[in-house]
Design a binder for this molecule. Structure first.
Ligand code: GLN
Length: 283
């Protein structure tokens, strides 16, 4: 009988950097155990049925399918999220957006927050888990994505998030918010990266946005003004080469305190700004 150690080693021998980690995630999924358990049980035998299921997942992974879609889960912030091919796979760099949002959402006060294009619900649910007093509206144009986000909210028992279908601010009705966050699609439609790696399997509507990748951010920057309270914050994730153009877009829409924050790799990743504290007086 093959042991856990044998199976991981054989699957990881494909030479990819992440192969061992990925093999462990896939075997852990088949056995219904966390990765750490595999280390403590490396010498345990694996029954033939589980071995077959594992090997067929490894085969699918070799064919390019993202690990998160094969296991149906991805860790984000402190949460274990369900993911399907209907939603973008949550990325580590988006945790930067969560941190920046949390700095602007008080722990001890009510706060209205919107997450535009929520996908799996990653950002909204991470905020909800850290700020029980915040009331969060998570939107998505895709009913299939909203179903995944709702399932995540339910599974995590986070009742302070509600869901609404529609494009960007169209889903918000007449509501105003203290903080609006979004990780919109921001890749140019002709970018060759869309044909590579995990991106090939993710919903293109969650990745690509017009010729320059900025259609969604343009809409959000323009529309969010009318949905923010005075002094409210808008925080948008973008590509690492888009900081300057996103700051300019925010400036065109008369936001103030415009700044861009970097991710862990020191790349410009999130631009944030607020609406003026009081309306401009004409004299
Ligand atoms: N950061 C992702 C990538 O380049 C894109 C996510 C997005 O478009 N919001 O893989």
């Amino acid at each position: 009988m093959a042991t856990i150690r044998d199976l991981v080693a054989a699957a990881a021998s494909s030479g990819e950097i992440d192969a061992r980690h990925e093999a462990e995630l896939l075997l852990g999924h088949v056995l219904g155990r966390p990765r750490a358990w595999l280390y403590a049980h490396a010498q345990d035998g694996v029954d033939v049925d589980a071995q077959r299921r594992f090997e067929s997942l490894v085969e699918a992974r070799r064919g390019g399918r993202p690990v998160a879609y094969l296991t149906g889960t991805r860790g984000f912030w402190t949460l274990d999220l369900l993911v399907t091919p209907d939603v973008l796979i949550p990325r580590a760099e988006t945790e930067r957006l969560v941190e920046l949002a949390l700095e602007r959402i008080p722990v001890d006060k009510d706060c209205a927050v919107a997450d535009l294009g929520t996908g799996s619900g990653a950002i909204a649910l991470a905020i909800a888990s850290e700020r029980p007093r915040a009331r969060i509206v998570a939107t998505d144009a895709s009913p299939a994505a909203l179903a995944v986000a709702r399932a995540n909210a339910e599974r995590l028992g986070l009742a302070n998030v509600s869901f609404a279908g529609g494009d960007w601010c169209a889903a918000l009705g007449a509501q105003r918010f203290d903080v609006i966050v979004s990780n919109p699609p921001y890749i140019a439609a002709a970018d060759p990266h869309l044909g590579q790696g995990d991106l090939r399997f993710e919903p293109v509507s969650a990745l690509a946005s017009g010729n320059d990748g900025l259609d969604a951010i343009r809409s959000i920057a323009a529309q969010a003004r009318a949905h923010l309270e005075a002094g409210g914050w808008l925080l948008v994730e973008h590509g690492f080469e888009q900081g300057e153009v996103v700051r300019a877009l925010f400036s065109t829409n008369a936001y103030t305190e415009i700044a861009t924050a970097r991710d862990l790799e020191q790349r410009e990743r999130v631009t944030l700004a607020r609406t003026p504290l009081r309306p401009l007086r004409m004299s």
